[in-house]
Structure formats: C-alpha cells, structure tokens
Design a protein around this ligand. Structure first.
Ligand SMILES: [Zn+2]
Length: 474
C-alpha cells in the first residue's frame, strides 16, 4: 500500500511538472514590448477610460493587465536617478546601466554593450525591431546601435544596416544622408543597397519581400512629425497602426527556428511630455492592441511563446485624482478631445496665420469643437482667466509664463496646451512634470519562462532574465 502511494505521488509530481509549461519549456518566440514613458497610472488611466466610455475600437480591456506576472522595475541610470530613453533603452536591451543619452555603450563610452537582440540573432533566431516613432529613436536604436549620443541619427541608421537583423518597421528614418552629422560619409541608402537591405512603404508587400530579402525595412507612408506613426487619437482609417506593424512583423519573422521581436509604443511618452491625457490614454490602448496580436500568436504556441511588457520610465508624473476634484474623476470627459495637443497647436497656428486678428470668440469656437470646452464642458472663472491669458500669448504679445518641456514636434501653443490642461484637470487627471520621473515601471509577463520574472527587479534584470528563460548564454 505504502509503495502504491509512493508511486502515485511520484506519478502525480511528474504529471504536474509536464503540465507546468513555464518550467519545462524554453520560449522559441519572444515578444518584448516597451511602452515608452508608460507608468502604472498610464495603464490604469487607459483601463479606467475604457470602463468610463465602455469601449474604444471594440476594446474593453487592456490586453496585458491579466498577465500572470505583474511586478515592478526601478529605472535609475548610471549617472542620474531620473533616467532618459537612451540609458533606459540600453539597460532594457543589454542588461547594463549606462549614462544619460548613451546608446549601446558603457557610461564612459569606452566599451560596447551588446543587445540581447544580437544574442538571439547569433543563436539562430530571426530578429525584428518595430516602433511607432522613427527607427533611429533611442529605444529601438538601443537594440542595434552603439553611439555616444542618441541624437546621432545618421550614424544610428548606418548601425541599423550593420546589425543584419531581419525586419525593421517604423514611421521612418530621420537623417539617412547625414545632414545633421559632423562627419557624413556614405548614405544610409547606399550602405543599405550594398548590404542587400530592401526598403518598402507597402505594408501589403512585407510578407513576400521578407521571404526574399536578408533585411527588410518598412517606413510608414503619411507619417506624422518626427517620422512617427500618427497618434492613435489623430489616426485615420487608412493610416497604419502599431497593431498593423506588429502583425506584419510576426508574418515577416515567423519561422521554425524562432524569433525575437521588440515593439515600442513610442508616443505614449510624447503625449505624456505634453501632459495630453486623451492622447496618452489612446496611445496606451493602441499599444495594448499591438500586444493583443502577440497574444493571438501565443494562443497558437502557448508552450513556446514568451511575452514581456514593460516601460523605460514614467513620463509626466501622472495621477488619477487631483487637487481640483478630490476623490472624484470624470475620465469619460476625455472623449470630447478630437485631436492631439500637437495637432491642436497646428490648428491655432494656422488660424493665426489665416486670420491674425482672430478673436477670443474664434478661439473659443475651436476649443469647443476640439476639446469640448464652452460646449459640453463648462468653464469657471479660473479656467476663463487662464484661457484669456493663453490667448494673449498665442494671439497677442504677452509672454508665456509656462516652461514646457514638451516633446512636441509641432511646437508648443499656449492656447492648445491650456485648453488640454483644463480638460485634464476637469477629468480628474493630475500631472506633476513635463519630464520623466523616477517612478518604478510596471512589468507584465506571460508565457514560457514567466516565473523567472517574479519579485523586485531593476531594469537591467529584465533582458538577462529573457536570455535565461530562452537558455541563451553570451
Ligand atoms: Zn523613453
């Protein structure tokens, strides 16, 4: 009897072990999603918005909230507590801390730091890098480039060619010919041609071109300022989304040996630098929809797929709750905002150009149309005083008293920024900074190897654990 019980227990333990895929399987397909500037509150606010307005683009739930591993990672850089995208991207790609502004090099710039994407490539996996901003921006660059300055866009584009990765997709390349370089040489296009890199702006051709080219680079047509995809809040039906690019990347990379795909939601950060709550939330939702594509893939290969979702730093010091609303919030009001603050700035700049004598009434009509103020949302004396002041700055000669650090390639307009700030205030969102903050970032993990990510981490632990889960040594 005792022996039978022992056998039964041993058998049960074996069965349990074989069912526990996270222990016994190594991922063959690795997805690494980085929401630039995405703090825990950006995710919370996006879910609360979906709850308030019931759905957006048929989505009711942020796709990664239910991942079995939810934890946090600290983000400090080698030489500053509040990090930037280059240092944080390098930490997330290489497993080493570096200095602010540095891409793929040690803090003193003497040594190269190598991305886990390179390790996956050397292990025979196909590698893809996808972003909603330009492909030479700090986060994607950290996965293939080695530059002392993140602004070395031309040099970064040459590093892209040298990486030999299989697939890149983004809003474009900022300086392919070296206009901004102190030492320009061969253009990106020439080097690309010499190395068999194929360029396309046709998303429908990615499937066939990826089968015949060593490296395929897709640049989205109708890109927004800064060679980025259109903000989700500004996107028209025929503009590509991050979700479209993720699907295309899966098609381009899928092969029996496996792949490593990094996808950045790059404009969550830009919208948060602008303290633009509606645009930020819709960028998080677009990021969530891209992750939903990876989840569909996971459902086909649950034992062989690992999905890691994290962020490089928090941007804006976002809170749900503020001084004006106390315990209440009205996030549903954000649905009144029709375009990003960046595009609203362009609206007001055009208005001023076409009609230099535009009145406060004209401006109020635009605010009513684009952000709902003076129509569905009423304003009080404090709001009106602030808007009058901003009107004097944008349409008169008054000097701005604000110190924006906005990542807004359309330029800052006081009247657009003030209109959006008032809407955010009324919705119950609080912003404490136009910059990044030192808040830890969330980490969500699902799939083969997920248990390795439990517990407290700093950002450099994440890539090292991805390699460990995959059984890759370097
Ligand atoms: Zn960043």
């Amino acid at each position: 009897m005792k022996r039978a019980l022992y056998l039964f227990t041993a058998l049960a333990a074996m069965l349990f072990a074989s069912c526990s895929n996270t222990e016994s399987h190594k991922p063959k397909y690795v997805f690494y999603f980085i929401g630039d500037g995405m703090g825990i509150q950006h995710v919370n606010a996006a879910q609360l918005y979906l709850d308030s307005v019931e759905h957006y683009n048929n989505q009711t739930r942020i796709s990664f909230l239910d991942f079995p591993v939810n934890t946090f990672a600290t983000t400090y850089a080698a030489n500053r507590y509040v990090t930037g995208s280059a240092a944080a991207g390098t930490a997330l790609s290489t497993g080493s801390k570096t200095s602010i502004g540095t891409i793929g090099l040690s803090a003193d710039h003497f040594d190269s730091l190598f991305s886990i994407a390179k390790s996956f490539k050397e292990a025979g996996y196909k590698v893809g890098v996808v972003t909603s901003v330009s492909i030479d921006h700090a986060t994607p660059a950290a996965f293939y480039a080695h530059q002392p300055k993140r602004g070395n866009y031309y040099e970064i584009s040459l590093d892209l060619v040298r990486s030999g990765y299989h697939f890149f997709a983004s809003g474009g390349i900022k300086d392919p010919t070296g206009k901004g370089s102190s030492n320009p040489g061969i253009s990106f296009f020439e080097l690309a041609e010499q190395n068999g890199v194929v360029l396309t702006d046709r998303i429908d051709l990615i499937d066939s071109l990826s089968k015949t080219s060593k490296t395929l680079v897709y640049n989205a047509p109708n890109y927004a300022s800064g060679n980025s995809l259109q903000y989700e809040i500004d996107r028209r039906q025929d503009d590509v989304s991050l979700s479209d690019l993720t699907s295309a990347a899966i098609t381009a990379l899928d092969n029996p040996t496996g792949f490593f795909l990094m996808v950045e939601g790059g404009k969550i950060d830009w919208a948060a630098h602008d303290n633009d709550g509606a645009a930020t939330i819709k960028e998080v939702i677009a990021f969530s929809q891209a992750i939903a594509r990876a989840l569909e893939f996971y459902n086909r290969y649950p034992d062989e797929t690992l999905i890691v979702v994290t962020s490089d730093h928090e941007t804006g010091g976002l809170s749900i709750g503020n001084y004006q609303n106390g315990y209440d919030n009205y996030l549903g009001l954000l649905r009144e905002q029709k375009i990003s603050q960046g595009n609203l700035a362009t609206v007001f700049k055009s208005l001023k150009k076409d009609n230099p004598k535009a009145s406060l009434k004209d401006v109020k009509d635009s605010l009513a149309h684009y952000v709902g103020l003076y129509s569905t949302i009423s304003t009080d004396d404090i709001d009106n005083a602030e808007l009058n002041r901003a009107f004097q700055v944008s349409f008169g000669n008054a000097k701005s008293s604000k110190h924006y650090d906005a990542f807004n390639y359309n330029g800052v307009s006081d009247i657009a920024a003030t209109g959006v700030a008032i809407l955010n205030r009324k919705a119950g969102l609080g912003w404490t900074s136009y910059s990044h903050t030192g808040s830890p970032v969330p980490v969500y993990v699902k799939g083969a190897g997920q248990d390795l990510f439990k517990g407290e981490m700093t950002n450099t632990d994440i890539p090292l654990r991805i390699l460990k889960a995959s059984g890759i040594n370097r």
